[in-house]
Design a protein around this ligand. Structure first.
Ligand SMILES: Cc1ncc(COP(=O)(O)O)c(C=O)c1O
Length: 375
């Protein structure tokens, strides 16, 4: 059995369904479920705080390894939104400063920035008809009052993969921070965040990372930690040995952590990371791109209009296309046991390493029938 068949075997859903909705959520690996169940068994048996603490240490290590950063740069969060909110409220900002982001970002990466308008912060929203975040648009929009560039590594709708090194260079030239929403990439991409010059990256575990809802993390660069002031500060976020005499935030990213965590979820996240690392992120990214290449070739044969760029450097696991009757097609997929998503009136297919050619063929066959009926 090859490694992809073995990976597929971890997900019972593939016995019944062609699941291509990882950009929405992942269908829970047996190993992740077992790790969570074992954790709760231990709680029921009176398992103690020491193992809870270990779960968090392991989860920070697992998350940091997925993006190649040191574990002390990771704060555990419950989702992407929490990480982005923490960053938006920790960056030093004053009236007249501006933030540059994209009008078509997921709301998780818009609302926290737009909420800063009440403090006199300008939010510059870039528009692009196809939903791309091209570096040139950022270059033209920034000035010396720009404090933040906020962008998704992979766009949830178009699937466009941002050029992070180009954006980091633009941010650094004006002294701004580059803040990244990583949820549509981490777990499916071989990332070396330290090398890319990103200041913060927020991610949730329940999509490409193969963990569950209620798990996530926030990466903070050393440069960002030098200035980041947490809005919420709790005992977990204090430098050791300062409490109760003084309130000194931790030097590490865990200054953003608050109270008891989702221990079971993080045990699951560690099991999920083990599944991914057992194969290797380089191999996973290669497989995802091979499958999406095949999918795009099939979509081209069907002559549908692609929203996602063709250049493999500009995409990852999401492929979105437009067809007449997209909603009826997604319903027909559902009835045929093919799971894809309807986003902004287009069909969004998300392909992880656990998908295979059978999944693609099933989708493309149904697409041919759909096109024949609406033509
Ligand atoms: C790009 C992007 N950011 C954020 C989110 C929401 O993330 P979370 O629920 O982890 O806050 C989603 C999808 O749900 C998304 O696609």
């Amino acid at each position: 059995m090859n490694r992809w068949t073995r990976l597929r075997g971890s997900f019972p859903i593939f016995q019944q369904v062609h699941f291509m909705e990882t950009a929405y959520y992942n269908p829970l690996a047996k190993e992740v479920r077992a790790a969570i169940a074992e954790f709760y068994d231990s709680v029921q048996a009176g398992g103690g705080p020491r193992s809870w603490r270990t779960a968090l240490v392991d989860a920070r290590a697992a998350a940091s390894a997925l993006i190649a950063v040191p574990p002390d740069r990771i704060a555990l969060t419950k989702n992407t939104t929490e990480g982005l909110c923490a960053v938006a409220n920790a960056v030093p900002l004053g009236p007249g400063d501006n933030i540059v982001t994209l009008a078509f970002e997921n709301s998780a990466n818009l609302v926290p920035w737009l909420h800063l308008r009440r403090r006199g912060i300008e939010v510059r929203l870039l528009h692009h008809p196809a939903g791309y975040a091209l570096p040139e648009a950022f270059r033209a929009a920034v000035d010396r009052r720009t404090r933040v560039l906020a962008v998704s590594l992979v766009q949830y709708y178009s699937g466009y993969r941002a050029n992070l090194s180009a954006l980091a260079e633009i941010a650094q030239r004006v002294g701004a921070y580059l803040v990244v929403d990583g949820i549509q990439a981490v777990g499916a991409m071989d990332l070396n965040i330290d090398r890319l010059g990103i200041d913060a990256l927020a991610c949730g575990g329940h999509k490409w990372m193969l963990a569950t809802h209620g798990t996530g993390f926030l990466y903070c660069s050393g440069r960002f930690l030098e200035v980041a002031e947490p809005t919420y500060l709790a005992e977990e976020g204090l430098a050791e040995d300062t409490w109760p005499d003084r309130l000194v935030p931790s030097q590490q990213a865990n200054r953003f952590e608050l109270g008891n965590e989702n221990y079971a979820g993080f045990v699951g996240l560690v099991a999920a990371a083990r599944l991914l690392q057992g194969i290797g992120l380089h191999e996973i990214e290669k497989r995802v791109l091979e499958l999406t290449d095949q999918l795009i070739a099939g979509l081209d044969r069907a002559r549908v209009s692609l929203v996602t760029p063709r250049d493999p450097k500009q995409r990852l696991g999401i492929v979105t296309f437009k067809i007449t009757g997209a909603d009826a097609f997604v319903d027909a997929c559902d009835r045929a046991g093919i799971r894809v998503s309807l986003r902004n009136g287009a069909v969004r297919v998300s392909v992880h390493a656990y998908n295979n050619q059978d999944d693609l063929v099933a989708l493309l066959d149904l697409l041919d029938s759909h096109i024949a009926t609406v033509a």
